[in-house]
Design a protein around this ligand. Structure first.
Ligand code: ARG
Length: 271
């Protein structure tokens, strides 16, 4: 049986959630979104974390920023150091400053705002040893070197090649943080070289298939034992169970209309 560790998460309620513009292939502003249902799904996600014994802090949502619910995009936090974000899309740019202020109020002194496009945990995944860093659609490859300097963490750059999997966290998640880190990922979302890097680093990784990826099943959150993932990701859930993890299925239908799942809504404060 696997042992979970207590996590510290930051979330932002989908108070003003909508699909008003399209900056990824999932977003269709002409198809309706049920904001009230999104709010209930988000509450359920938050309650799930709390029931699992994790701490959730909440950032105040802002009108006019419908994607602010995707808190993972607004900061990478490692051992008390914060690297803020810089969004590619002008529609999301203002989110970075709201989160910067939240970090500042919360007393983070080592807080750096990036000079390169950097969508934070959307494209950065901390394994406890390495910072896996995605590029191809959002985060600038130069931001990887910047993250390494600011956070003092060894960075491994990975290239994403499928526009549906525009952030690293739509194609890969960390199952276990050190001492023997483990990940799950969808190989086809990566360039051949980057897929090979992942095979070398994680020869025993849990692999997702196209069905898992297409419901954003790889956008999951693990505490080392419990894995919170979209309820449609049944194949992935079975493979996780076979490896001793506990899948916790959750409905994120409304958030997926914006290209997001559980992980997108969840920033982790890594100790
Ligand atoms: N609509 C948002 C965007 O395209 C979704 C962000 C999802 N966040 C994530 N961490 N993958 O920017």
């Amino acid at each position: 049986m696997r042992t979970p560790t207590r996590r510290h998460y930051v979330m932002c309620p989908p108070e003003y959630f909508a699909v008003e513009y399209s900056i990824n292939p999932w977003m269709d502003p002409s198809s309706p979104v049920d904001t009230d249902l999104a709010k209930r799904q988000w509450q359920e996600l938050k309650r799930t974390y709390e029931d699992l014994g994790h701490t959730v802090e909440v950032v105040e949502p802002q009108p006019g920023l419908p994607d602010m619910v995707f808190a993972a995009n607004s900061g990478t936090v490692l051992g008390g150091r914060v690297l803020g974000s810089r969004f590619r899309a002008p529609e999301r740019a203002a989110e970075a400053e709201h989160f910067r202020r939240w970090f500042a109020t919360r007393g983070y002194r080592e807080l750096v705002m990036p000079s390169r496009i950097n969508e934070a945990e959307g494209d950065f995944a901390w394994t406890g040893e390495l910072l896996l860093a995605g590029s191809g659609f959002r985060t600038d490859p130069e931001a990887h070197a910047e993250a390494q300097e600011v956070l003092g963490a060894p960075v491994v750059s990975l290239r994403l090649t499928d526009p549906r999997y525009y952030h690293l966290d739509t194609a890969l998640f960390v199952l276990d943080k050190g001492p023997r880190p483990q990940v799950a990922y969808y190989p086809d979302a990566f360039s051949p070289g980057s897929a090979q890097v992942l095979r070398r680093l994680f020869p025993d990784a849990v692999l997702g298939d196209s069905a898992d990826a297409e419901c954003l099943g790889l956008n999951a959150v693990s505490d080392g034992r419990n894995v919170v993932l979209p309820l449609e990701a049944t194949g992935l859930a079975e493979r996780l169970s076979a490896r001793g993890y506990e899948p916790v299925m959750i409905d994120v239908s409304e958030l997926r209309k914006s290209g997001g799942g559980p992980k997108c809504c969840t920033m982790e404060l890594h100790g």
